[in-house]
Write a protein that binds this ligand. Structure first.
Ligand code: ADP
Ligand code: UVW
Ligand code: MG
Length: 445
């Protein structure tokens, strides 16, 4: 049997999402995710696959100390087992599309296969970039190596989050800081991340609106363990909140987001010292800002669902009532997050409305784990922009029923709204497979 499946592997900071696609139909054959990877609780994964016309689900809880690459090894073994892929097992995999958060200066995806003469050079180049996405790149590259070695017949395609943001103008990429005296692995400018997600959301919204991508204007909030916002004008990224690394912008589960840069020298005066994290050295400053900050530092948990339920406890379940301390710290975390989010969304919306060539806002999109699941956050954001509807006497604003109850991709504002808002379930995996297949074709493989 010829290789008839493509695998997408999305290494997030706390999750590994994966999907196997049929090369012929692009239908998803297996899809799943691991959560709590490298977290405090033991990692677990689940996936579903169709067998004999029926959807079947498997789940597995792993030991607390399981490393990132061991979580992936378990998943690969399970997903390619004989009862799922038949006797050909992993030989059926034609290519693996990998999400690599930081691509450095790469301006296209990179396609490699075990034994290619460029293999080591690509791995070395990517390792150099690793410290610019400390929660992501190193782990993702370990998984690339694992796939190169254990799936030697398959191509690996590195799909970079940074590619989508190459259209951001130079004056927004540049930081107002002197050039360092030493050579850095990549120029110290804004790169931006979550690009695979933004590209997928743009595709979905163009389809939803029945418009060519080149005419679509969106303000997108991708809110997961790490969150960012993106301004998309005429189908191109023109601004985003993350920077030279994924630390800038919004706070996340364990990330500080933007803080006064001087803060770290007072908080952790020895910040250039290194600490071991996940088998490698990172500076203490980066460790504090990436792993000991964010929601976790503010209120003790990095789960935004828990934060909302503690900040706004329901009177119908008094048994689950949070302690006063949990309630107060969660409320503060929620208010801080909402405030930071609004401080990025407001200027993005105003950029669209004040544009000289195309001032139509097609949508304010909520996506990522938090954006897709938190109706309250979406409502609070939209209520902040209700003055636009009042000024225009549009009668628009949030549609409570669709915001609270709906499923999947949907508009959550009333007819006539000037700020039309949508929930879009992003699929970085779909975008990676599209990108990887295009690259394979381009290279005539
Ligand atoms: N019911 C919920 N309400 C709000 N946020 C939630 C809920 N369930 C999960 N989340 C948040 O979604 C995040 C995961 O989002 P996701 O986009 O999958 O993350 P990743 O950054 O790992 O790709 C979790 O860290 C959690 O904070
Ligand atoms: C770039 C980034 O923060 O990715 P994720 O949200 O998947 O961790
Ligand atoms: Mg993610």
């Amino acid at each position: 049997m010829a290789a008839d499946l493509d695998l997408a592997v999305n290494c997030g900071s706390s999750s590994i999402k994966f999907a196997l696609y049929s090369t012929e139909t692009r239908n998803v054959v297996v899809s799943g995710s691991a959560s709590n990877v490298q977290g405090d609780a033991p990692a677990s994964y689940k996936f579903s696959h169709s067998a004999g016309g029926k959807e079947q689900e498997r789940t597995k809880e792993l030991e607390a100390s399981t490393s990132y690459e061991d979580v992936f090894r378990e998943i690969l073994k399970d997903v390619t087992s004989e009862d799922i892929l038949g006797s050909e097992r992993e030989k059926r995999i034609r290519l693996v599309a990998h999400r690599i958060v930081h691509g450095g200066t790469a301006d296209a995806p990179i396609l490699i296969r075990h034994g290619d003469k460029e293999e080591q050079e690509v791995l070395d180049r990517m390792e150099e970039v690793s410290s610019f996405a400390p929660l992501h790149n190193h782990h993702a590259m370990l998984i690339v190596k694992e796939c190169l070695e254990h799936l030697p017949e398959s191509y690996s395609v590195l799909c970079f989050d940074t590619l989508f943001h190459q259209t951001i103008p130079q004056y927004r990429r540049q930081y107002a800081i002197s050039t360092p005296p030493h050579k850095t692995p990549v120029p110290l400018v804004k790169y931006g991340f979550h690009g695979l997600s933004y590209a997928n959301i743009l595709d979905q919204m163009a389809e939803e609106l029945g418009k060519p991508k080149e005419q679509v204007n969106l303000v997108v909030a991708h809110l997961g363990s790490g969150g960012s916002c993106c301004l998309i004008q005429n189908g191109k990224s023109t601004q985003t909140t993350m920077g030279v690394t994924p630390l800038e912008g919004l706070p996340g589960g364990t990330r500080s987001g933007t803080v006064d840069p001087s803060l770290i020298f007072h908080h952790t005066p020895d910040c250039s010292e290194t600490v071991k994290w996940s088998g490698r050295d990172i500076t203490k400053g980066e460790y504090v800002l990436n792993k000991e900050s964010g929601f976790k530092a503010l209120c003790g948990t990095n789960n935004f669902g828990t934060i909302i339920s503690r900040a706004y406890p329901s009177s119908s379940s008094p048994d689950d009532a949070p302690s006063n301390e949990e309630h107060m710290s969660s409320r503060l975390t929620y208010q801080l997050y909402l405030d930071h989010l609004l401080s990025f969304l407001a200027p993005y919306l105003s950029s669209v409305f004040s544009s000289q060539d195309n001032a139509t806002l097609d949508g304010l999109v909520f996506s990522g784990g938090i954006g897709e699941k938190s109706a309250q956050l979406r409502r609070d954001v939209l209520e902040h922009f209700a003055w636009i509807e009042r000024l225009a006497s549009s009668g628009g604003g949030v549609d409570e029923a669709r915001n609270e109850k709906g499923e999947g991709r949907r508009e959550i504002t009333k007819a006539g709204s000037r700020v039309r808002a949508w929930v879009v379930e992003t699929s970085e995996e779909d975008e990676m497979i599209r990108m990887a297949e295009e690259e394979l074709k381009k290279q005539g493989k």
